[in-house]
Write a protein that binds this ligand. Structure first.
Ligand SMILES: Nc1ncnc2c1ncn2[C@@H]1O[C@H](COP(=O)(O)OP(=O)(O)OP(=O)(O)O)[C@@H](O)[C@H]1O
Length: 254
């Protein structure tokens, strides 16, 4: 579980996060959604320690990162898996070496042991046998799955995904979403997904945090989001033409 209490972040005089309080639950896919510029990425960067907030506290399972010494912060870094926007694989490394990278960084395991774990996670994302290929030799969807394998290779307790579906077709995006959700459930991970993709909201929105101009204006589940009359949320949901058309058809037939 990750808790955030009154998180404030500003750049210069501009307040980007205006006092956010929320909880991200263990074993669930927790989404942060909202329009472009609402502060989603800044929030993610505060959570993983890339940005230092001006105010507020961030708790990882009841331990505030502000109170951790260097050793505790190092341990925490090892417990975090990151799925970056665009995948961020190293082009000059094979898939095997890409996935092995966090193990090399954080553990003292022997190569054979690391390889066993690499094969285990490649199998988990259904990519057996691609070990010796390079990122450029596999499809975008496969690259995303490699990135997931790399993010979970060190058995993280917390998984952060920044726009995991960017650049993917809707069907592949759904495969990636479902994979993230299944891995979250199987391993009881606290997963946080930043997205503005309504498909993801419908697929994996177990817990949804809606940001607007740096304020958490709504919290709920994927069932709640279609029942709420919060105008900010409905504007966002129905900003997609497709949803507007579905709603119009439903209204006609009801
Ligand atoms: N390093 C920075 N320095 C100054 N301002 C920044 C910095 N990073 C982000 N911002 C500003 O913070 C605001 C929120 O940006 P953020 O990237 O969090 O939005 P977002 O909701 O993730 O948008 P998108 O969906 O487009 O990625 C924007 O106005 C942005 O210009």
């Amino acid at each position: 579980m990750i808790k955030v209490d009154n998180l404030k972040k500003q750049f210069g005089n501009e307040e980007i996060l205006k006092g956010i309080t929320t909880t991200f639950e263990k074993g669930k896919t927790n989404l942060i959604i909202g329009q472009s510029g609402s502060g989603k990425s800044v929030m993610l960067k505060c959570l993983i320690g890339l940005f230092k907030p001006e105010q507020g506290r961030i708790y990882y399972d009841d331990n505030a990162i502000q109170d951790m010494d260097e050793e505790q912060q190092r341990v925490l870094r090892e417990e975090i898996g990151m799925l970056f926007q665009g995948g961020a694989l190293f082009d000059s490394m094979t898939i095997e070496d890409n996935v092995m990278f966090p193990l090399r960084m954080f553990t003292k395991q022997k190569r054979a042991e690391m390889l066993e774990r690499v094969n285990e996670v490649l199998n988990r994302v259904e990519l057996d046998g691609v070990n010796k290929k390079y990122p450029a030799e596999i499809s975008g969807g496969m690259q995303k799955r490699v990135s997931i394998a790399r993010a979970i290779v060190n058995k993280p307790k917390y998984l952060f995904c920044d726009e995991p579906n960017s650049g993917l077709d809707p069907k592949t995006a759904t495969v990636i979403d479902n994979l993230i959700q299944r891995i979250t459930h199987e391993n009881d991970i606290t997963t946080i997904v930043v997205t503005h993709d309504m498909n993801s909201v419908m697929e994996i929105g177990e817990r949804i945090n809606f940001l607007k101009n740096g304020v958490l204006v709504w919290k709920g589940t994927q069932e709640d989001i279609f029942k709420t009359d919060n105008k900010d949320v409905t504007d966002f949901v129905y900003s997609s033409d497709l949803f507007k058309k579905i709603r119009d058809v439903q209204n006609k037939t009801n």
